[in-house]
Design a protein around this ligand. Structure first.
Ligand SMILES: NC(=O)c1ccc[n+]([C@@H]2O[C@H](COP(=O)([O-])OP(=O)(O)OC[C@H]3O[C@@H](n4cnc5c(N)ncnc54)[C@H](OP(=O)(O)O)[C@@H]3O)[C@@H](O)[C@H]2O)c1
Length: 354
């Protein structure tokens, strides 16, 4: 059984929290401003859990015995926590509240939680900042620092607290006594940047670097650290923009798989990184192939090539080092069997010394 801490995107009910809950994890949700979204996901997860217990288990054992939890049972949502990550005290207070909430259990669900520990931390909160860094003013600098606080410093703070908690508690995803897994949500901007997203890209690049560094440091304690680096995924924040077909059409030619991502794509990749116990220090790009492609104009499909006709002169007259164009291709052509010659002849030919 896992417990995860994540924030959420309430545009779809099939988000990270629901995917983990469906996989049997008990979850705690973080929010900053969208309390309604957090509460609606909280309600949905627990509705599914109760429906499962009603359908599969007997009503008397559904809430009274820890042994009633089966491996296929969905998880519950234990609670929601609010914190503004711009303030480090708020981050610490949130973590303390989560650990306290886990150890206390939730009224009515108390007996269903034999393990009062955090197994998984998903650092998903982040702000997408667009800034012209060349603007030499205090506001730009303040926005840069705010981006770093939310996207980098808060995740680092949470990772340090989670590591301390995970290594000190039994079980978990790694070897040894303690263990757990941390997954950071970075971005394709962690490795490439675009105009006016410099501060966002810097925060994500640093988070990727922390992912690798802490994966190494925490490995002896059985605490794994991974990251997902998504490409373009429409969410509530960008829903109005991507409802415009022209905007979608502008993006899709640059994505080899020909479509934008979904929150389900992200959720499933996050679950993979949490459950594969040999994955640590992995930054998993998830972008439909966008980053595999160089930033070049889209090329038209070439015509099917016509085979080069065999050279008219005898092969022994081809100068060493290639023909007029001096290319490797010329030499290759000279090795092509002429019509009627057998493959054996070509393979065993010894060029004349002249
Ligand atoms: N969507 C994409 O295309 C895409 C691509 C690559 C990476 N990502 C990453 O995915 C993550 C989620 O982003 P999203 O696209 O889903 O955008 P989003 O819906 O705007 O999510 C941003 C999340 O961060 C939280 N947040 C914002 N400011 C905060 C603060 N001061 N303190 C604490 N939490 C704060 C928000 O919580 P509240 O809503 O409760 O305020 C919200 O849940 C981010 O880390 C983003 O960088 C997104």
């Amino acid at each position: 059984m896992y417990l995860i801490l994540t924030n959420l995107d309430d545009v779809s009910i099939c988000n990270i929290a629901l995917t983990f809950a469906n996989a049997g994890c008990d979850v705690i949700l973080h929010y900053n401003e969208r309390r309604d979204g957090a509460l609606s996901t909280y309600g949905e997860i627990n509705r599914r859990y109760r429906r499962y217990k009603r359908d599969v288990g007997s009503s008397s054992s559904s809430s009274s015995s820890s042994s009633s939890r089966t491996t296929s049972s969905p998880g519950m949502c234990l609670g929601v926590v609010c914190a503004d990550f711009r303030d480090s005290r708020s981050v610490d207070a949130m973590f303390d509240a989560v650990v306290e909430g886990i150890s206390r259990g939730k009224e009515g669900f108390r007996d269903a939680h034999p393990r009062r520990r955090l197994d998984v931390l998903v650092n998903n909160a982040g702000i997408v900042t667009k800034l012209a860094m060349e603007d030499d003013d205090d506001e730009t600098l303040a926005s840069y620092h705010e981006t770093m606080a939310v996207n980098l410093h808060a995740p680092l703070r949470l990772m340090r607290r989670a590591h301390r908690h995970m290594k000190g508690s039994g079980g978990g995803g790694g070897g040894g006594g303690g263990g757990g897994v941390i997954i950071n949500n970075t971005s394709v901007h962690g490795t490439r940047s675009v105009e006016y997203m410099t501060s966002y890209a810097a925060s994500k690049a640093a988070l990727e670097s922390l992912t690798r560094g802490l994966a190494i440091e925490y490995a002896p304690d059985g605490v794994r650290v991974n990251a997902i680096a998504p490409g373009v995924v429409p969410v509530e924040r960008t829903a109005s923009m991507f409802s415009d077909r022209n905007v979608v059409d502008m993006w899709t030619p640059r994505i080899p798989l020909g479509r934008l991502g979904t929150v389900e794509d992200v959720a499933h990749a996050t679950l993979l990184l949490a459950t594969n116990e040999w994955m640590t220090g992995t930054v998993l790009t998830l972008d439909g192939g966008m980053m595999a492609r160089a930033n070049m104009p889209i090329r038209p499909r070439p015509a099917i090539p016509h085979p080069t006709p065999p050279p008219s002169q005898p092969r022994s007259k081809v100068p060493a080092g290639g023909g007029e164009s001096g290319g490797y291709d010329d030499r290759l052509d000279s090795c092509r069997p002429e019509k009627g010659s057998s493959l054996r002849d070509v393979l065993f030919e010894v060029p004349s010394a002249t």
